[in-house]
Design a protein around this ligand. Structure first.
Ligand code: SF4
Length: 332
């Protein structure tokens, strides 16, 4: 037994397509304590969703393949259990909320039946008890229980996302993974849904991984933050570490590209260029072509983790202490 509900070590995932091989996740480590929320931040293609799908053991194969690493979830090595055991873990131990509530719900089944179905599968309750629990779950997420016989199209986007949350929480999972859960919603509804998730997380004493590209959402909800870029975690730390003592140039770029409410005249500075071609990642640091601080060594060697405290590290040559190494005068 350890303190970590989730312990990922050196996870590597590839997609093999007709156009070549994409290294979607390139050796990441994540440790998540019970009851904590980790924000997984990065732009599209950084490997955030593939990481989440790996935790659920749902990376589509083919074309996806987990080629290395381990994931321990609730003290279980999930790459060494049967599909039946993994099915039991999905729902009971880990549950996921997807980005778009419109596609996550079945349009021809009432919302109550969709919640009850999840309960019957995972908790082995009979229909009557599952229906009652479905009503309770609807009320828990702020929807009157008597709307259980309504169909998804009779709900607004925010209400549909509440239904999705009710389904995800219906079996009291220990870990909730939420993939951009508020992106498809209006800003005011986003705030309500985030507040609801925070409340439920505390009520159920769950751990949560929140996948997002929105640092404002991270600031609202997360204890720890991992910044992903081209399949690597390039900086990880507590919320304070990442917001107050930012280290990696990519993290800095993310902050520079969001409006500053205290200084509305401050110029927005988007990160130049695009993420490296995932079929052909460069030697050395994948951020080199976009980085204002790039040095010769950056195009030769991949940066290793440099720790500033037990919980805060970055992967960037800027923080290597050996000046010869930075200038490329290193010995092989
Ligand atoms: Fe920039 Fe070099 Fe650091 Fe990469 S390793 S982020 S290119 S300074």
């Amino acid at each position: 037994m350890n303190d970590y509900l989730l312990d990922i070590e050196n996870l590597q995932v590839q997609y093999v397509t007709d156009d070549g091989t994409v290294s979607a996740v390139n050796g990441i480590d994540i440790k998540l304590q019970k009851g904590k929320t980790l924000g997984l931040v990065g732009e599209t293609g950084a490997g955030k969703t593939t990481t989440a799908m790996s935790i659920l053991r749902l990376v589509p194969h083919p074309p996806g393949k987990i080629i290395g690493g381990t994931i321990r979830l609730d003290d279980t090595d999930i790459f060494n259990i049967s599909e039946k055991e993994m099915e039991r873990m999905r729902g009971n131990i880990v549950s996921m909320i997807f980005q778009d509530p419109m596609t996550a719900l079945n349009p021809v089944i009432t919302v109550g039946d969709q919640i009850a179905e999840a309960i019957m599968i995972h908790q082995k309750l009979n229909q009557e008890k599952a229906n009652k629990k479905a009503e309770e779950m609807l009320e828990l997420v702020g929807i009157p229980g008597n709307r259980r016989n309504d169909y998804p199209h009779q709900f607004s986007g925010g209400m549909k996302q509440r239904v999705i949350i009710a389904i995800a929480l219906s079996c009291s999972p220990k870990l909730l993974i939420a993939d951009e859960p508020t992106t498809a919603l209006d800003v005011t509804i986003q705030a309500q849904v985030l507040e609801l998730m925070k409340e439920l997380k505390t009520k159920y004493e769950m751990s949560m991984i929140l996948i997002t590209h929105d640092l404002g959402v991270v600031a609202e909800v997360c204890d720890d933050v991992a910044i992903m870029y081209a399949g690597r975690i390039v900086e990880k730390g507590s919320l304070q570490d990442i917001f107050l003592t930012t280290k990696h140039p990519y993290t800095e770029g993310l902050f520079n590209s969001i409006p500053n409410i205290d200084n509305r005249k401050a110029e927005l500075k988007p990160i130049k260029g695009l993420m490296s071609d995932p079929y052909n990642l460069p030697t050395g640091c994948s951020f080199a072509d976009r980085c204002d601080y790039v040095m010769p060594i950056c195009r030769e060697k991949s940066p290793q983790k440099i720790f500033f405290s037990e919980n805060h590290y970055t992967e960037c040559h800027l923080y290597a202490t050996d000046i010869d190494f930075k200038l490329g005068r290193h010995q092989e």
